[in-house]
Design a binder for this molecule. Structure first.
Ligand SMILES: Cc1ncc(COP(=O)(O)O)c(C=O)c1O
Length: 429
């Protein structure tokens, strides 16, 4: 079959008719499926049910009664577990709360409302709300909640392309050295949302040492998928050390949570940064809470027996369920679009998503007709700030929640919808 862009008029009409009738057949099935939810299925959630039992002992290792107030920055044994798992020194972290997004929001609030030490840790910078304008670099495609958080504070997202090994660094360096209103960059270092790629050590080092016009420039390092391997095991570069070694000990703030390790929304969040920034965070946290939920923290420690190795084993078990789902979707993309030249996609190395680029100008149409055929996809544009994908091309598939059977049907619909949208576009051309 010729590459679709080279189809002759009659070939195009034939294919259009074929796919229209296939689409109508699928629509007639009255499906109700969803490929938009980046959350685990109940089979995966069941693997953490051990967290739900009563605690035999309410005491932490140092004798603290976890049922009572106190311990602002997290139980030492949970910090130790996270430290072993992620390689972050315990003194640089705050652990608690049920969500890393809350820590991200609080971090922004610190910079915006109160100001914080500059990257070198030598002077205090004025709060961002007193700046004329604040811009944050957002590699795209990226995570919609990063964009929305940025916009919520009145900052302007500036997009740079996301490459296979991290953001376009030539572009990033050019921007940050010239514009003091650029105050930060969002990075999902491991298994990025949505492309599933990993930032290279070299790019992390460039981020850590690059010259920035803003003295209080921040790397917002969201390691949400830090242990979520699907095939081989990888680790995010150690950004806190890289920044310290480059002379900017306060430049990076790192985030993690057990949301997709155990129960999303009922896990434990983590924020880590240079020691001066962490002190400042704690000072403000003290006014927000007397202490986070330590019962949940102790349950987490007990569930993993305090051992990073147990977390890794648990993640391997989760991956054994998730991997076939990813394989199915990738196989269907391979076989369904082979030789068409219609889509491009990256094979994710881990995480929760598959990012697919459909022909320009077709993503919204694909989402709309998939919906009519009973399949919900993540809205087109969600991987760009303000929901606006300039090429209307990127779609984020989330294979984790549906069953294998459901995924197979979903991919029937996805394939036909992409082909139909592309053929309709070609017909109009
Ligand atoms: C990149 C990224 N960061 C953060 C989150 C949410 O994390 P949490 O549940 O810890 O707030 C998600 C959830 O999908 C995510 O994909």
């Amino acid at each position: 079959m010729p590459i679709w862009s080279e189809l002759k008029r009659d070939e195009l009409q034939k294919l259009l008719a074929l796919n229209r009738s296939r689409y109508e057949e699928l629509k007639a099935l009255g499906l109700s499926l969803d490929l938009s939810r980046g959350k685990p299925g109940s089979d995966v959630l069941d693997m953490s049910n051990g967290l739900l039992g009563a605690l035999d002992d309410y005491r932490a290792e140092d004798g603290t009664d976890v049922r009572n107030y106190g311990v602002l920055d997290g139980l030492p044994e949970l910090k130790k577990l996270f430290s072993d798992l992620l390689g972050i020194p315990v003194e640089n972290m705050i652990v608690g709360g049920n969500s890393s997004l809350t820590h991200m929001y609080n971090t922004f609030a610190l910079f915006y409302l109160f100001g914080a030490p500059d990257g070198m840790g030598v002077m205090d910078c004025k709060p961002w709300h007193r700046e004329h304008s604040v811009k944050i670099i957002c590699p795209v495609p990226g995570y919609d909640r990063h964009f929305n958080l940025t916009i919520d504070f009145g900052a302007k997202p500036i997009t740079v392309p996301m490459c296979d090994d991290g953001p376009d660094m030539d572009e990033t360096e050019k921007l940050v050295v010239a514009d003091p209103s650029i105050k930060g960059i969002w990075i999902v270092p491991l298994y990025s949302n949505p492309t599933g790629q990993i930032i290279s050590k070299e790019k992390a080092a460039r981020l850590a040492r690059m010259k920035t016009a803003a003295p209080d420039f921040r790397i917002l390092w969201d390691d949400a998928y830090g242990v979520h391997h699907l095939w081989d095991e990888h680790r995010a570069p150690d950004i806190l050390s890289a920044c310290r070694e480059a002379g900017y000990p306060e430049r990076a703030v790192s985030f993690f949570s057990t949301s997709k390790v155990n129960f999303p929304g009922s896990g434990v969040g983590l924020v880590a940064a240079g020691s001066r920034t962490v002190e400042r965070m704690k000072a403000h946290l003290r006014k927000q809470t007397i202490g986070f939920d330590k019962i949940s923290q102790l349950r987490t420690v007990n569930f993993f027996e305090g051992k990073a190795e147990k977390v890794r084993l648990h993640m391997e078990r989760l991956a054994a369920v998730l991997r076939p789902k990813f394989e199915l979707v990738l196989d269907r993309l391979d076989s369904g679009f082979e030789g068409t030249g219609l889509i491009s996609y990256k094979r994710p190395l881990g995480g929760y998503f598959i990012s697919v680029d459909v022909p320009e100008g077709c993503a919204k149409r694909v989402v709309a007709i998939a919906k009519e055929a009973g399949v919900v996809l993540t809205p087109a544009g969600a991987t760009f700030p303000y929901g606006e994908d300039p090429k209307d091309s990127n779609l984020r598939l989330a294979p984790s929640f549906p069953s294998l059977d459901e995924l197979d049907k979903t991919m029937d619909v996805f394939e036909v919808c992409v082909k139909l949208a592309a053929l309709e576009k070609a017909e109009k051309a």
